[in-house]
Design a binder for this molecule. Structure first.
Ligand code: FAD
Ligand code: NAI
Length: 475
């Protein structure tokens, strides 16, 4: 029997892959998406959505929301005159709600595949060769032919030697999103995005949380004034115990849980905890893809090497998302998926990595786009800064949540916005305005002249743009 033929075969059904497949099909290309059984549902059926929907963005945000409501009921309602006593958290219900959201969204992508006529091929995808200008891809024993292949195989958690992850007691993101109860003492290795988000979830629910970070600086990638504010809130107000400059020397599990030996400078210490999360970054996932058999080039760090349009070294083979260099973020993966589908269809596509926003969904949220002040200083750039605290914003006061600020940095010569950094309630939503402004090369003066609804948190963005020119009206 002849192999099934497609214009485009996508390997991997995460945000990069499923979006690429939908866009390719919208453009009239016959398209299939191969997804392995990594995230099969309870009936054993393949689930789309990859890390993001199954064990990443979506489940973590569901838990952040539940735990934040618990925190507010216990600590914030009172300032509004609302007495809430005996508030309890049923972890099983919280986890079930999270699982339902995951089920709903992953099922939704299957429906989108049907609507857009994308063929789902369940199984493991592997290059097996090229004949007549067509790539041969094996899917669990069945070979399909593709004119174009988009590799979107994503990433997996990086593990550390000597620290065996069982996803019960010692967990990466997979186990950490499925705890069946609140651990009394939670240890976390890595004070990055996952460490802070999931550390916050369990801290709010009552765990004693200790986060051990190798670097001497906290949130080194963020603007340092934001990192400083975040440090103050997380450690002093919220009681997260974050230790910097740590070297882990030994991890052992026993009857009493996990014991983590580590050093800070010359001092040796031990952390005893009931559960341990290992969140020390992610690595690109290329195992079992047959990359070496067909000569697909990887860079020295194991990512698939691509040009600015996500073309690999092989003809008509493209790669997007976490498996290629750049920020390991769902929205970046999706944008690359769209770009590649459009390039295959003969259109022009582009992804501007300089305007990809970052968000950390702690409370307060942290969001930024563009350059930090320390980067600009190091480059010797001439810039101006406008910074407005949420304490000067009427909506923030009404909401009873005035932590943080908006900081805008603009070129002193051209006034073009170079970076925007927000720490505060709803920073994840506020940053979108800055992304649009930067994508269109706006000056801070452009934002200063835009009417912002009153009273809204977005007025802090407006005031920050005015503050760049030392003419803030409300601060
Ligand atoms: P993935 O989502 O990893 O998908 C790859 C898919 O390919 C998987 O489904 C895998 O099963 C499949 N696959 C791999 N190899 C094969 C093969 N050979 N054959 C068939 N299928 C294969 N990003 C954000 O932007 N915002 C967030 O809030 C956020 N939160 C996160 C929270 C956590 C806890 C984690 C771990 C990550 C988070 N991320 C977040 C990152 C985000 O999940 C990733 O950037 C995103 O999922 C990458 O998409 P992708 O399509 O490249 O890869
Ligand atoms: P991360 O890169 O954000 O943080 C890892 C941290 O671990 C770093 O601070 C690093 O210095 C530290 N570290 C590394 N080795 C260590 C060691 N041996 N001992 C102690 N500390 C060590 O990675 P994380 O948190 O695992 O998240 C992975 C990726 O997933 C993120 O980089 C991001 O791309 C994505 N993500 C995005 C989210 C969002 O957009 N809100 C949320 C969660 C994850």
């Amino acid at each position: 029997m002849a192999n099934k033929q497609f214009d485009v075969v996508v390997i991997g059904g995460g945000p990069g892959g499923y979006v690429a497949a939908i866009r390719a099909a919208q453009l009239g290309l016959s398209t299939a998406c191969i997804e392995s059984e990594s995230y099969a549902d309870p009936k054993g059926e393949v689930r789309l959505g990859g890390t993001c929907l199954n064990v990443g963005c979506i489940p973590s945000k569901a838990l952040l929301q539940s735990s934040e409501l618990f925190e507010q009921a216990n600590h914030s309602f009172v300032m509004h005159g609302i007495a809430a006593s005996g508030v309890t958290m049923d972890v099983a219900t919280m986890i079930k709600r999270k699982d339902n959201i995951v089920g709903q969204l992953t099922g939704g992508i299957k429906a989108l595949f049907k609507k857009n006529k994308v063929t789902l091929l369940p199984g493991h995808g592997k290059f097996v060769g090229r004949e007549d200008d067509r790539w041969r891809i094996d899917v669990n024993g069945e070979v399909v032919d593709a004119t174009h292949v988009i590799v979107a195989t994503g990433s997996r958690a990086r593990h550390l030697p000597g620290i065996p992850v069982d996803n019960k007691v010692i967990c990466d993101n997979v186990g950490a999103l499925a705890f069946d109860s609140t651990p009394k003492r939670l240890g976390v290795i890595g004070a990055g995005v996952i460490g802070l988000e999931l550390g916050s979830v369990w801290k709010r629910l009552g765990s004693e949380v200790t986060i051990l970070e190798a670097l001497p600086d906290f949130l080194a990638a963020a603007d340092q004034s934001v990192a400083k504010e975040a440090w103050k809130v997380f450690t002093q107000k919220q009681g997260l115990n974050i230790q910097l400059g740590v070297k882990i020397t030994k991890v052992e599990t026993g009857k009493k849980g996990v014991s983590v030996d580590y050093e800070i400078g010359d001092e040796a210490r031990t952390l005893q905890c009931d559960r341990l999360i290992v969140s020390v970054g992610r690595v690109p996932h290329t195992e079992g893809l047959g990359a070496e058999d067909v000569g697909l080039a990887l860079n020295p760090r194991g990512y698939i090497a691509v040009d600015s349009n996500c073309r690999t070294n092989l003809p008509n083979v493209w790669a997007v998302g976490d498996v290629v260099p750049g920020p390991m973020l769902a929205h970046k993966s999706m944008e690359e998926g769209v770009m590649v589908a459009e390039c295959i269809a003969g259109q022009k596509g582009h992804v501007n990595l300089d305007t990809v926003p970052w968000v950390i969904y702690t409370h307060p949220e942290i969001a930024w786009v563009g350059k930090t002040e320390q980067q600009l200083k190091n480059e010797g750039a001439d810039y101006r800064v406008g910074q407005i605290p949420f304490a000067a914003n009427g909506r923030a006061l009404g909401q009873g949540d005035t932590t943080g600020f908006v900081k805008m940095i603009a070129c002193a010569r051209t006034d073009r916005i170079l970076g925007v950094h927000v720490i505060g309630n709803n920073a994840s939503e506020l940053i979108a305005e800055a992304v649009v402004a930067m994508e269109f090369n706006a000056a801070s003066e452009d934002l200063a002249r835009i009417c912002h609804a009153h009273p809204t948190l977005s007025e802090a963005m407006h005031e920050a743009s005015l503050a760049v020119h030392k003419r803030a009206l409300h601060f």
